[in-house]
Design a protein. Structure first.
Length: 259
């Protein structure tokens, strides 16, 4: 029987794998759609050069036949640019799901970094899916976009449930971080203080003769007295004292010798 956090870990990573697969499908379908659009535009331009009746019918259409390119000024440019932007966004989402480079996302794209949950990721996936589904595309692009939109809705739901801790719970290094929390706090503090002590001892050992002389002991002889005198300390002779059960000097002096 696995602990509950294990099921959460497996479930979140399963959704992550599905998210990466959906992004890869959209990436592939966008390239295929862009190639088909370019071929359709080339056929449209070739048909426009003729003076046939069918060519006039093609020129009056709102969209170029067998493509997602609108029949308007610079329509092919904006259609291709739209696909390129979708491909770029999908690549960014794949890298954020992999978690590389994490420092780049934490600095330049914080909503896709480790400090945010899965809600922002799901919103971006839904926007990309809706942008593709709003056009007449082939079956491959249709299925890929619908799959990405569904995963985006699931990520939004997981973001509402786990909030900013979702990426931490699915992180591969979270098990190591949680294993550190098994020891009670006093033991952790003692271990940290012991490691600090050993580190300081080793650093002082390799610091050179100066540090060793600084912490060396001189005992209670002349060397110790000399060093203490240089630092302004005076070593006085300790006052003689006797234990409580020993008789005092006055009592011994007043007692007769023959007694």
């Amino acid at each position: 029987m696995l602990p509950p956090r294990a099921y959460v870990f497996i479930g979140l990573n399963g959704v992550r794998v599905l998210s990466i697969i959906a992004c890869l499908l959209v990436f592939s379908s966008s390239i295929v759609t862009m190639v088909h659009d370019v071929e359709a535009v080339n056929n449209f331009v070739a048909a426009g050069r003729t003076n046939s009746t069918s060519a006039d019918g093609l020129l009056n259409c709102d969209y170029i036949a067998d493509s997602t390119v609108p029949n308007q000024p610079a329509g092919a440019f904006w259609a291709v640019l739209n696909r390129l932007l979708i491909i770029f966004q999908v690549i960014v989402l794949i890298l954020s799901e992999i978690g590389w480079p994490l420092s780049f996302f934490n600095r330049f794209f914080p909503v896709l970094g480790s400090d945010f949950g899965l809600g922002a990721l799901g919103v971006v996936q839904c926007l990309i899916g809706a942008a593709i589904l709003s056009h007449h595309v082939d079956d491959f692009a249709l299925v890929s976009a619908f799959f990405l939109f569904s995963i985006g809705c699931l990520n939004i739901l997981l973001g509402l449930i786990f909030r900013e801790g979702a990426k931490g719970k699915r992180s591969l290094t979270s098990w190591r971080e949680q294993a550190k929390g098994v020891l009670p706090p006093p033991v952790q503090r003692a271990a940290s203080s012991a490691s600090t002590l050993y580190g300081a001892a080793f650093s002082e050992k390799g610091a050179g003769n100066e540090s060793s002389e600084r912490f060396a002991g001189f005992g209670f002889g002349r060397q110790g007295e000399k060093k203490a005198g240089l630092k302004g300390f005076l070593i006085s002779k300790p006052i003689e004292s006797l234990p409580r059960y020993a008789p005092s000097n006055r009592a011994r002096a007043s007692t007769p010798a023959g007694v």
